[in-house]
Design a protein around this ligand. Structure first.
Ligand code: GUE
Length: 306
């Protein structure tokens, strides 16, 4: 069966469209009520690694009716100058959300930047306060790629309660937040990383296997339990047999698709949903800001009816 018509493939496009349609409705209402949403993207230095992501953010924000502005900073900017720029955006009431595209140059500590974004404007869910919310089961705003991966798993219809989940990769932006999201949903979660003795032994026990390490074809058919759902979060650029550059995930899809019941394509799987979640998070941030505004200044009549 060809890759495109195999029903085992869990496609991100339809899920992303659904989310964006709902965001679009919310954004239209908020705009009519005098609270247009606006997202600011910050890139620092060489942006080749994030160009696709930013391009899609801009396009989908336009579709959803959310303002989008890119701020590009030179690679030699200091951390202090960047923090000052972020503080300016924190203080600007027209700005709903701030996303700092990764990676940033090595001389800039990313954690300091993430912590500089006001928690109410943290649409990526990477501020320590935001990550803390996930630990406390408040799940409406989570790191975008992690939330997107979980949305795709839910498309299988599998009951997450008691589900054996194995996550390969324990990054702060993907693996760890997936683990917390799924624990909150009742799954039994194992997290593997570079010090795990046998990734294969763990992976073979998984009803749902998430992979986010950045190694093409790391996961082969003999590491997958028959009937499992395999969510591939890897994005790797490589030269294909035709000599052209192409993007592949961390899963050897050709062999794994004969063993798994579901597998996510790369591209076309988690990626499109990641962008949709970023926009959904922007609307969550906006409603939190409106609630704060109301609590502080009282509500005009129009809003009091909500
Ligand atoms: N702070 C931060 N948060 C991130 O989540 C983050 C980041 N920095 N830096 C870069 C990586 C990469 N990333 C992508 C998200 C979606 C697509 C995407 O939309 N991909 C589509 C389209 C591919 C295409 O148009 O070629 C797909 O997979 O089908 C790609 C890449 C988020 N990342």
């Amino acid at each position: 069966m060809s890759l495109s018509d195999d029903s085992r493939y869990l496609r991100g496009g339809p899920v992303a469209q659904r989310i964006i349609a709902s965001v679009r409705e919310d954004a239209a209402i908020a705009t009519a009520e005098g609270f247009p949403a606006k997202l600011i993207s910050i890139t620092v230095g060489d942006t080749a690694a994030v160009d696709v992501y930013v391009r899609n953010q801009r396009a989908k924000a336009a579709l959803a009716g959310i303002g989008f502005e890119e701020r590009r900073f030179p690679a030699d900017i200091t951390a202090g100058e960047l923090e000052a720029a972020i503080h300016g955006l924190n203080a600007d009431p027209r700005v709903t959300g701030i996303i700092i595209q990764r990676p940033v140059p090595v001389h800039i500590p990313i954690k300091t930047l993430q912590a500089a974004v006001h928690p109410l404007k943290d649409v990526e869910g990477m501020h320590p306060a935001s990550i803390g919310n996930i630990v406390y089961n408040q799940l409406d705003l989570a790191p975008c790629t992690a939330a997107a991966s979980v949305e795709l798993l839910k498309e299988t219809g599998l009951d997450l309660k008691g589900l054996e989940v194995v996550i390969v990769g324990h990054s702060e932006i993907v693996g760890k937040p997936i683990a917390f999201l799924l624990m909150s949903e009742g799954a039994t979660v194992t997290v593997c990383h570079h010090m795990t003795r046998s990734v294969a032994a763990h992976a073979r026990r998984a009803d749902a296997l998430f992979v986010a390490v950045g190694k093409p074809r790391l996961i082969k058919a003999d590491m997958v339990k028959p009937g499992a759902a395999v969510i591939d979060i890897g994005i790797n650029a490589e030269i294909g047999p035709d000599g052209e550059s192409r993007i592949v995930g961390d899963v050897d899809a050709e062999s794994v698709k004969d063993v798994a019941s579901w597998i996510t394509p790369v591209p076309g799987g988690v990626g499109p949903i990641t962008v949709a979640i970023l926009l959904r998070n922007t609307m969550v941030a906006l409603s939190r800001q409106r609630a704060r505004y109301q609590a502080t200044y009282g509500a005009p009549d129009k809003l009091a009816a909500e």
